[in-house]
Design a protein around this ligand. Structure first.
Ligand SMILES: [Zn+2]
Length: 260
């Protein structure tokens, strides 16, 4: 019995990984299982959404994303960045590092630093394991593991995958959004971009807030108001620096020309 309890304690301790900033949190779903779930959710996303049919744009977005992945705090994942052909203003991260951005959001940006800021925010959600934690909280460990361990997926597990993308798209609530914003500012700067790109994005969001009805309201429903995110991101920029770094406007202009 004693041996069993010791084994259990060991299991729990070994699962308590250190998150960004040394924050301890209890993670029950192992990384390889998280990747399996991410693959299922991503497959579902690509069934219901159209992946943008433009290799130049896809390669460019992936290139910027990989720069962020290289400097983030969870490097043992193979991050994938894809553009969805959709005019809504949205971006989201599935478990395991599968990140999607809508072409509608790409059209809003005017430099690469802004794109890097949004991708880095999404990478921040993956690093802090927000989506897997959310799925685990909503469906329980057993069902989430059932999905990960497939291939005979039960009905409940299937429903979880179907619902997951929608849930993930809604955002994760204030605290997690601020955490992703802070990581986003840090990673964007570390990847060589001016972190004020994040502020510029929020300013665009702020200008849009007063113009209903649009899909944007949906994206922002669980995100804090833009003016609060600006204040928070400015505090983080003061800490991490990098305001003399470039924005890369010319590179982005070329890509924007590919989007009609
Ligand atoms: Zn977010």
């Amino acid at each position: 019995m004693k041996k069993f309890i010791l084994a259990l304690i060991f299991l729990i301790i070994s699962c308590a990984t250190t998150g960004p900033g040394g924050k301890k949190s209890l993670i029950l779903i192992p990384t390889d299982s998280e990747v399996q779930i991410g693959k299922e959710v991503a497959a579902d996303v690509e069934k219901s959404e159209k992946v943008l049919n433009n290799t130049t744009v896809q390669n460019y977005v992936n290139k910027v994303g990989q720069k962020i992945a290289k400097v983030c705090d969870r490097k043992n994942l193979k991050y994938k960045f894809k553009v969805l052909d959709n005019d809504e203003i949205n971006a989201f991260a599935c478990p395991g590092g599968f990140i999607y951005i809508y072409s509608g959001l790409l059209k809003v940006f005017d430099n690469e630093a802004q794109l890097s800021a949004v991708l880095a925010h999404e990478v921040g959600h993956v690093v802090a394991r927000h989506s897997i934690k959310r799925l685990q909280a909503m469906y329980g460990y057993v069902i989430v593991m059932e999905v990960a361990l497939g291939p005979k997926m039960g009905k409940t597990a299937r429903q979880m995958v179907d619902a997951a993308a929608g849930l993930i798209m809604q955002g994760y609530g204030r605290e997690n959004e601020y955490e992703a914003d802070n990581l986003g500012v840090l990673y964007s700067k570390k990847a060589g971009y001016n972190p004020k790109g994040m502020i510029q994005v929020f300013q665009k969001f702020k200008a849009m807030e007063g113009k209903p009805p649009n899909a944007f309201e949906q994206l922002l429903a669980s995100h804090p108001p833009a003016k609060d995110r600006i204040a928070n991101a400015n505090r983080q920029i003061n800490k991490v620096g990098g305001t003399d770094l470039p924005y890369y406007e010319d590179e982005y202009e070329v890509i924007k020309g590919q989007l009609q």
